[in-house]
Design a binder for this molecule. Structure first.
Ligand SMILES: C[S@@+](CC[C@H](N)C(=O)[O-])C[C@H]1O[C@@H](n2cnc3c(N)ncnc32)[C@H](O)[C@@H]1O
Length: 310
């Protein structure tokens, strides 16, 4: 089913499923020793999407259910998610070391950083996601006996609505510097909603604030029907195994502003790291190109950007 302007979901439906999927990849990366997210596997199990539980627990191998070697596949995801987890973990550690005491995790999904990172004692971590997602994670982690390692404030609101008001109502202080992350979010926002989100973050960010982004490529140059078919092909085998996730129904393609350029015009300076460089830095293999088309967008088209408000 395609997206609508005010659609909602939980962790087993629509966009929410992608949060469970990346958490499953973190569960595998944790078992491999690449990262340490002890909450990933129990959270995925609790959501109860059978295919993802089997993948997270090692009963199902990504390479057995991927359609081909390259493009979008489960096989590459644990390494990619491990590298991205380390990137944003380091981002928050650097921000805390620089004296920032407000963290905001936009589209927090099953991100357990508020429970697993070593934060300064006076740190407040805000998490924003849709109500059903926030409620599920809070309840499940409480049930597991997990305690936040910072003052955690969950803000249940859609990022297409007036989330700045909800964040400030939860105690966020725009006069103090803050550290934000948008990890695995932009592709699920229409391009103009990405701009609005960056505008709102800019308004709420005092000088010295930082924003860590996972930026998705501008796909305007690609044939959207062909991209749709390509994505459907790469996930076709997952459907045979009972997992019906169609990224082309969930993401928005088309002309999208470059995050670093957009922010530069609004008083931020940025350092960008392409996915392949990040993988290499952390000792992981590059993501193979799609089998039949070297130019087709893949996970390796993603860029990690750290921006600082001047
Ligand atoms: C791929 S998951 C990433 C979750 C988390 N950042 C991580 O890396 O584990 C995408 C997340 O974006 C959230 N999301 C997407 N669009 C949203 C919106 N309009 N409002 C609130 N949350 C949204 C989803 O609920 C989901 O948790």
């Amino acid at each position: 089913m395609s997206r609508t302007e005010d659609d909602t979901w939980d962790l087993a439906t629509s966009v929410g499923t992608t949060a469970t999927m990346v958490a499953a990849a973190r569960a595998i990366a944790t078992r491999d020793g690449a990262i340490d997210d002890p909450f990933a596997e129990p959270l995925v199990r609790a959501v109860g999407v059978d295919f993802l539980t089997r993948w997270a627990s090692g009963d199902l191998s990504g390479s057995d259910v991927d359609a081909g070697e390259g493009g979008w596949g489960l096989a590459q995801m644990p390494a990619a998610m491990a590298a991205r987890t380390r990137y944003f973990d380091e981002f928050f550690a650097d921000a805390a070391a620089a004296g920032i005491r407000q963290a905001v995790i936009l589209a927090s999904g099953l991100d357990a950083r508020a429970y697993r990172l070593q934060w300064p004692a006076d740190m407040t971590v805000y998490e924003i996601d849709q109500p059903a997602v926030i409620e599920f994670k809070s309840t499940t982690l409480a049930g597991l006996g997990a305690e936040p390692t910072a003052e955690r404030r969950a803000v249940a609101v859609d990022l297409r609505d007036d989330w700045p008001a909800a964040l400030e109502a939860a105690g966020f202080d725009a006069s103090q510097p803050s550290a934000w992350i948008a990890e695995g979010l932009y592709g699920y926002l229409p391009p103009e909603a990405q701009d609005r989100l960056l505008d709102a973050v800019t308004t709420l960010s005092s000088p010295g604030s930082r924003l860590g982004s996972e930026a998705v490529p501008n796909t305007a140059a690609f044939d959207s029907e062909e991209m749709r078919e390509r994505m459907q092909q790469s996930t076709a085998k997952w459907r045979e195994h009972g997992f019906d996730l169609d990224f082309s129904d969930l993401t928005f393609v088309g002309e999208r502003n470059d995050v670093a350029e957009y922010l530069a015009a609004r008083g931020w300076s940025s350092v960008a790291t392409p996915m392949d460089e990040l993988l290499q830095t952390h000792g992981f293999d590059a993501i193979p190109k799609a089998d039949d088309d070297d130019d087709a967008p893949t996970m390796s088209g993603v860029t990690y950007i750290t921006s600082t408000r001047n």
